[in-house]
Design a protein around this ligand. Structure first.
Ligand SMILES: NC(=O)c1ccc[n+]([C@@H]2O[C@H](COP(=O)([O-])OP(=O)(O)OC[C@H]3O[C@@H](n4cnc5c(N)ncnc54)[C@H](O)[C@@H]3O)[C@@H](O)[C@H]2O)c1
Length: 293
């Protein structure tokens, strides 16, 4: 018999799995044999990622002749990280489906741009903090009850940003929320020790494959940086230009992809970094302004 895959028998909840970095992380972890609970505010998107995994692995519910019991290699669930009862209901579903869970990655996040004068309305400030900070806290606070009841070692990975360390014009709410998320990682690492390790991934400028960079935002950024483009240019071409512009500002000079990010979640969720907790791993191509001090 071949050796078990590294994450065989593990149940990993990926919140934000409907798009971008979360989707890629779900696909990465399943390659290592994990069972993935794909969770998103957008139910259809969560289910689409789960379906993609089931199509790849062929390990779905009721697949005759596979000998697979339970729920197979993936399920898709809806949850809103800003609502404690929604998180609780989701975790209860996971427990019904798989009997428990081992790890949670939270990639759900939002970037609400300031208006053209650089001002952000109060409700947008609140929404940014609700999702980017309170959301991760609520997930950890609810999951802590289950981690404790299970008595098993686990891992949580939150998502912050290079912007947590670099102050910028026009993104005051987002940047401040991500700085808070960095410290939330450290606080939770202490709260959830010794059973659960809590770390963060700090991505930067994943333009391709992310819903955070819709065409309008890409065009706005190209205009801001004086990069030539035409209004009828294909979105792919526009995002490639912006991704390369961002890449040229980094030490490693290559566009950063969701797959680059997924690798960091894998390392932190697997046992490879089993003595690391309370830390932020940056996947930003090398941005010296964002070096943590
Ligand atoms: N893309 C980048 O360049 C970049 C840079 C730095 C940090 N990040 C962070 O990485 C994370 C993922 O970014 P992405 O590029 O994959 O974005 P994305 O917009 O493609 O995906 C985010 C997902 O989170 C989900 N979500 C939003 N609000 C939610 C809620 N209340 N409850 C549950 N799910 C919710 C969305 O439906 C979406 O599917 C975010 O936290 C983001 O701040 C991204």
């Amino acid at each position: 018999m071949p050796a078990d895959k590294e994450l065989a028998g593990r149940v990993v909840i990926v919140i934000g799995a409907g798009s971008g970095i979360g989707r890629e992380t779900a696909l990465r972890l399943v390659r290592e044999g994990a069972h993935i609970v794909c969770v998103d505010l957008n139910q259809a998107a969560a289910q689409a990622t789960a379906d993609e995994i089931l199509a790849k692995t062929g390990l779905g519910i009721g697949v005759a002749g596979t000998g697979i019991s339970g729920c197979g290699s993936a399920i898709g669930l809806q949850a809103d990280v800003t609502k404690r009862e929604s998180i609780r209901a989701m975790l209860n579903q996971v427990i019904l489906a798989y009997g428990g869970f081992d790890s949670i990655a939270v990639t759900a996040g939002i970037f609400v741009p300031s208006d053209t004068s650089g001002h952000i309305p109060d409700d947008k400030w609140a929404l940014t903090f609700n999702i980017n900070v309170t959301g991760s806290y609520l997930v950890a606070d609810e999951a802590a009850k289950d981690f404790k009841a299970q008595g098993l070692r686990g891992s949580m990975v939150l998502t912050t940003s290079a912007n947590a360390a670099v102050a910028k014009k026009g993104s005051v709410a987002y940047d401040t929320s991500k700085a808070a998320a960095n410290h939330l990682v450290r606080e939770l690492a202490i709260e959830l020790a010794p059973l659960v390790r809590v770390n963060g991934v700090a991505p930067a400028t994943v333009v391709q494959g992310s819903a955070m960079f819709p065409r309008d935002r890409v065009i706005g950024s190209l205009a801001k940086y004086g990069i030539p483009y035409t209004d009828d240019e294909a979105t792919d071409s526009l995002t490639t230009k912006l991704a390369q512009f961002y890449a040229d500002r980094t030490l490693t000079r290559s566009p950063i992809t969701p797959a680059d990010q997924a690798e960091a979640y894998f390392l932190l969720i697997a046992d490879r970094l089993s003595k690391t907790t309370g830390q932020i791993v940056t996947v930003d191509g090398g941005l010296h302004e964002a070096f943590l001090r």
